[in-house]
Structures are given as structure tokens and as C-alpha cells.
Ligand binder design. Structure first.
Ligand SMILES: CC(=O)N[C@H]1[C@@H](OP(=O)(O)OP(=O)(O)OC[C@H]2O[C@@H](n3ccc(=O)[nH]c3=O)[C@H](O)[C@@H]2O)O[C@H](CO)[C@@H](O)[C@@H]1O
Ligand SMILES: C=C(OP(=O)(O)O)C(=O)O
Length: 424
């Protein structure tokens, strides 16, 4: 099992290019199920989750080809499709629930294994199911599988007005995709406004879908009988960019993050600036300059839906807070169990106490290297950031979590001058 060995203490200077977003690429791969024609995506990141999604789609009968150096991928779901997502693939990746809406809309039936529990919370999919039921689907859970079908005599879902109980990103994406092929109008109230939802909507519009209001909490979709092929570039990964911003902030140095979208990172950039980091926004990237974590001022924050502070950046910013000066309070409001990195950061010397949904970080810690265990994707990234500033050697174990969502993170960090290598 691969691990990362980091010798901390180096400043990070240079340039890296931010990859396409995992959380946009995954639903966009699923969008290929909505049309008989070929869909070409560019800027698809090289990630384990993308490979898993590819395997899942191929198993259903989608022909997939990669091309070029720049993450080109063509998917052709000409049919016939086998609308089944089995447990062995679904269990490793939450986003596999995103095949449910498109399969039901295209094939009229689907069997998708319930995504397994994950380290950050229970993560039910009741809102996906409720929304599809409102669109006329009959849904039962049988032997751990969601079994969904259209009632006898119906060939299409029907448009509906759906208000989800909470803002759900993949829920919004699943229902938006299903609605593109439904009969009539669907209105999604309380919709997620994340840039990845907007990027998916833009792709669907290129495929002939009629969608308005994406990027707001009310999305209106006029269903069409069929969608066609399209070509689309996946939006840059704001969480990867935010992770590199925190890494440079903590280690100190100056870096250019090519292709990063500052306009998708307002909440994180505001906190970094308040901490004392210089962040310059440009149309084609972000420049960051930091004196190093020990010279920064820790920042309190609470995670919320976009455009608030992203839960997917909570762990990385907490690593920064651990070494920055002064106390801070970090409140996680999206997932009930997303502090798994805390005990590992403490092993590196951080002083953090958890009380309910808030972690109280003392700040000013001098971290020292140790062997730590990655428990989920962003927890892993937070441990890497801590390792970059810790004195001596840090080994981050179980980095398969990191590979789910970061495109060659250690290669990019090495390009910035970090002493980091992958070991067996
Ligand atoms: C592949 C992908 O895009 N993953 C992102 C997506 O996950 P994901 O879409 O799974 O997260 P949601 O936005 O759905 O979850 C938000 C909250 O709603 C709850 N909930 C959600 C759906 C539902 O049917 N019932 C329910 O109770 C969840 O348990 C959670 O507490 O958004 C999260 C929140 O920004 C990010 O951390 C993930 O990186
Ligand atoms: C929680 C995340 O991903 P997923 O929803 O795929 O588990 C994440 O990207 O931080």
C-alpha cells in the first residue's frame, strides 16, 4: 500500500497547473448516459474516482476512449445499456449515485447499489429518491440496491416541483440530469449553487438541454425528448487550488497556480488574506505569497454551502490554523463526522480539542514529523500540509484516499520544491 514520505521545512516556490475538478468531472461522465451520441470531455483529471466511474460506465455498455495529453475523454452510450451499478464499484465511490437519475431517464429503469457509509458522515440519499419519486418513479430498496422504474405504460419521467429538505450537491445534479429528459417542466428549489453544478448545467445545455437558474437556488429545466452529443472542458478544481493555497500559506513561499479560479474561492481567499497571506487574482490563475504559517494569524470559520466556506477545505485550513498564531474555532456544519484528521494532526504536535461540531485550535504549534494515517480524501491533504511544515520526516499512510481526488499531488508539490516522495 502506497505511502507518502515528507521531509518538512522547505518553502514552496514555482508554478503548478490546477487540474479539472473531480466533483464536476464525475457527474459530467454520468451525463454521457443521457444521449445516444458521443460526448467529449476535456481537462478530465487523472484520479482514482474517475477511473472507477469509467469502469462503472463501461460495465453498463458505454464505450470510453481517452485521447491527448490534456485529459481528453470521449464517451459513447449508443446503447443498449445495462442499467445496473453493482456494490463492488459503488462502495468505493459516493458519486456513483449520480448514474441513477440519468439511467432512469434514459432506460426507464435502474438498479444502483446504495453507496456505502463513509468516514465523514452517514450521507443518506433520501433526497435523490424523494425527487425522482416526485417525477413519477417507483423506487424500492431491495437487498441494498435502489431499484427504480417508471410505472407501466410510461416511457418518460414527468416534470415536477421539488424542494429538497437541505441543499444537496449530488442530489441537485442527479435531479437536474433526470429532468433534462422528463416530460414538461421541473423546478428545483433549494438547489445547490456550487460551481460544479453550474459546470454540469453548462454541459447539459451544450447537449441540448433547456436549463435556467443554475448558480441560484432555483433551477428550472424544460424536459426534451432527446439530448445530443457535445464537447466540454471540465472546470478547474477549486478544492485542489484551495489545497495548494493552504500548502504555500503554511510552508511559506511564492507560487503561481495556473488555471485556478479565484472567483470560485472567495470565502477561502478572504480567510487567507485575513491571516496575512498575499493572494493576487488573475483571469488565468492565482498568485500566492506567504511568509509561512508561523507568521500568520489563525482564522475561525464555519463551513456552509457555496458560496460559503467549503467543507472540502476545512481539514486543510485547520492544518494551517494549527501552526498560525492565536486560537481559532472551526465549525463543521455539513457533515457530522468530518474531524477525523484532528487526532492525526495532534500526533504531529497540533493542539486541538473537539466539542460537538466545533474544533478549537490553540495555534502556534511547532509540528514534528511522525507516521500518520489518512482517513479520507481531505483529511489526507491536511496531513500532507502538516507534513510539509513539520520538523523531520512524516509518513502519511493509506494515501489511496488522496489518489481518489488529487491528480499527482506529490509530483506537483515536488515541482514547487517540496521534499516528498511516494514509497511502497
Ligand atoms: C462528488 C461530490 O460532488 N461530492 C461533494 C458533494 O457531496 P454530496 O453531494 O454527497 O453532499 P451533499 O451536498 O448531498 O450533502 C450535504 C448534506 O446533506 C445530507 N444529505 C444529502 C443528500 C440526501 O439525500 N440526504 C441528506 O441527508 C448529507 O448527509 C450532508 O449532511 O457535496 C459535498 C458538500 O459540499 C462535498 O463535500 C463533496 O465533495
Ligand atoms: C467528500 C468528498 O468527495 P466524495 O463526495 O466523492 O466522497 C470530497 O471531495 O472531499
Amino acid at each position: 500500500m502506497d505511502r507518502l514520505l515528507i521531509r518538512g521545512g522547505r518553502r514552496l516556490c514555482g508554478e503548478v497547473t490546477i487540474s479539472g475538478a473531480k466533483n464536476a468531472a464525475l457527474p459530467e461522465l454520468c451525463a454521457a448516459l443521457l444521449t445516444e451520441e458521443a460526448l467529449t470531455l476535456r481537462n478530465v483529471p487523472r484520479l482514482r474516482d474517475v477511473a472507477t466511474m469509467r469502469t462503472l460506465l463501461e460495465r453498463m455498455g458505454v464505450a470510453v476512449q481517452t485521447h491527448g495529453e490534456r485529459g481528453g475523454m470521449t464517451l459513447h452510450a449508443a446503447g443498449p445499456l445495462d442499467p445496473v451499478a453493482p456494490y463492488e464499484l459503488v462502495k468505493t465511490m459516493r458519486a456513483s449515485i449520480l448514474v441513477l437519475g440519468p439511467l432512469l431517464a434514459r432506460c426507464g429503469h435502474a438498479r444502483v447499489s446504495l453507496p456505502g457509509g463513509c468516514a465523514i458522515g452517514s450521507r443518506p440519499v433520501d433526497q435523490h429518491i424523494k425527487g425522482l419519486q416526485a417525477m413519477g418513479a417507483e423506487i424500492a430498496v431491495e437487498h441494498g440496491d435502489i431499484v427504480a422504474r417508471l410505472p407501466a405504460g410510461r416511457s418518460r419521467l414527468r416534470g415536477a416541483r421539488i424542494t429538497t429538505d437541505m441543499v444537496t450537491v449530488t442530489g441537485t445534479e442527479n435531479l437536474m440530469m433526470a429532468a433534462t429528459l422528463a416530460e414538461g417542466q421541473t423546478v428545483l428549489e433549494n438547489a445547490a449553487q456550487e460551481p460544479e453544478v453550474v459546470d454540469l448545467a453548462e454541459l447539459l445545455i451544450c447537449m441540448g438541454a433547456r436549463i435556467e437558474g443554475h448558480g441560484t437556488s432555483r433551477i428550472v429545466i424544460e424536459g426534451a425528448e432527446a439530448l445530443h452529443g457535445a464537447e466540454h472542458a471540465v472546470v478547474a478544481d477549486r478544492i485542489e487550488a484551495g489545497t495548494f493555497l493552504c500548502a504555500v500559506a503554511a510552508a511559506g513561499g511564492e507560487a503561481w497556480l495556473a488555471a485556478a479560479r479565484a472567483d470560485h474561492l472567495d470565502a477561502v481567499i478572504d480567510k487567507l488574506r485575513d491571516a496575512g497571506v498575499t493572494v493576487e487574482e488573475a483571469a488565468d490563475g492565482i498568485r500566492v505569497h506567504s511568509p509561512g504559517g508561523a507568521a500568520l494569524k489563525a482564522q475561525s470559520f464555519r463551513t456552509t454551502e457555496y458560496p460559503g466556506f467549503p467543507t472540502d477545505m476545512q481539514a486543510q485550513f485547520m492544518a494551517l490554523n494549527a501552526i498560525a498564531q492565536g486560537p481559532s474555532a472551526v465549525t463543521e456544519t455539513i457533515f457530522e463526522n468530518r474531524f477525523m484528521h484532528v487526532q492525526e494532526l495532534v500526533r504531529l504536535g497540533a493542539q486541538i480539542r473537539i466539542d460537538g461540531r466545533t474544533a478549537f485550535v490553540e495555534g502556534g504549534a511547532r509540528l514534528s514529523g511522525a507516521t500518520v494515517m489518512a482517513t479520507d480524501l481531505r483529511a489526507s491533504a491536511s496531513l500532507v500540509i502538516a507534513g510539509l511544515v513539520a520538523e523531520g520526516e512524516t509518513v502519511v499512510d493509506r494515501i489511496y484516499h488522496l489518489d481518489r481526488g488529487y491528480d499527482q499531488m506529490e509530483v506537483k508539490l515536488r515541482a514547487l520544491g517540496a521534499d516528498i516522495e511516494r514509497i511502497a
